[in-house]
Design a protein around this ligand. Structure first.
Ligand code: ADP
Ligand SMILES: Nc1ncnc2c1ncn2[C@H]1C[C@H](O)[C@@H](COP(=O)(O)O)O1
Length: 222
């Protein structure tokens, strides 16, 4: 019996994993998909044609990158819908606008007109009654020091060359963003409370938490 049936998680559920860069979303996505026998919707970094350029020159490439991510995530949204759910998604679409586009606009590395254009496109595509929101957003949180260690450990060159202040600012913005997020139910997990890297079995208590959280939110809806 897989953990999905053991804990009664609906086969058509869509669970999205949110959190700052390096916190452990991809690791969690793969572990959860494996445990629940779900498909994954992964963020593809290696084939992104703008990401390297963006890290080298935020101002020049912010708008292009946001449009690219929006298109990619929307295509994934369509794919998940066509399969009828049963997915773990690595990063939510809400973080693109709520964290990244907003941060670059406020830092001055995305122009006001580009930001407005991007936001109106995002709102027209996503913030509509026709857009299916995930059943659950799992928010991964941890200390900035642990996260910086993980970014260093992963070693993507473009991220190593980015000033630490960028990751620190993102970390603060994430806390503020999640405290005000209400597009779908949220389960917060602290990265110190599990270790999928060294103890793969630590996925089971997480599945148990997901099940009880989903049950509770279903009851509240009734
Ligand atoms: N429990 C853990 N302990 C130590 N390192 C971890 C743990 N989980 C993930 N990592 C490592 O941290 C780095 C970032 O994880 P990743 O899942 O790629 O994060 P994200 O997708 O949020 O950017 C990777 O090198 C990954 O192997
Ligand atoms: N919307 C985005 N804008 C800018 N940068 C982004 C956006 N979404 C993801 N990224 C970056 C951050 C990381 O360098 C890579 C992959 O993210 P990760 O959190 O490691 O999965 O893309």
């Amino acid at each position: 019996m897989n953990l999905r049936t053991k804990y009664n998680i609906p086969a058509n559920a869509v669970i999205t994993i949110a959190g700052t860069v390096g916190v452990g979303k991809s690791t969690m996505t793969n572990a959860l998909a494996d445990a629940l026998q779900f498909r994954t919707s992964l963020e593809k970094v290696d084939t992104n044609p703008y990401l390297d350029k963006f890290y080298a020159d935020f101002e020049r490439w912010s708008f292009h990158l946001q449009i690219y991510f929006l298109a990619e995530r929307f295509k994934e949204q369509k794919r998940m819908f066509e399969y009828g759910g049963g997915f773990i998604q690595d990063r939510s679409i809400y973080e693109d606008t709520g964290i990244f586009a907003k941060m670059h606009y406020e830092k001055g590395t995305m122009s006001p007109v580009d930001y407005e254009t991007y936001k109106s496109l995002f709102d027209a595509m996503v913030m509509t009654p026709y857009f299916p929101h995930p059943d659950l957003l799992i928010y991964l949180e941890g200390s900035i020091d642990d996260i910086l260690d993980r970014i260093k450990l992963r070693g993507r060159p473009m991220e190593q060359q980015t000033p630490i202040s960028y990751w620190e600012e993102m970390h603060v913005r994430y806390e503020d963003w999640i405290n005000n997020f209400n597009a779908c139910p949220v389960l917060r997990l602290n990265i110190n409370d599990y270790d999928l890297f060294n103890i793969p079995e630590s996925i089971e208590p997480i599945v148990e938490k997901i099940a009880s959280h989903m049950k509770q939110t279903q009851l509240l809806k009734k």
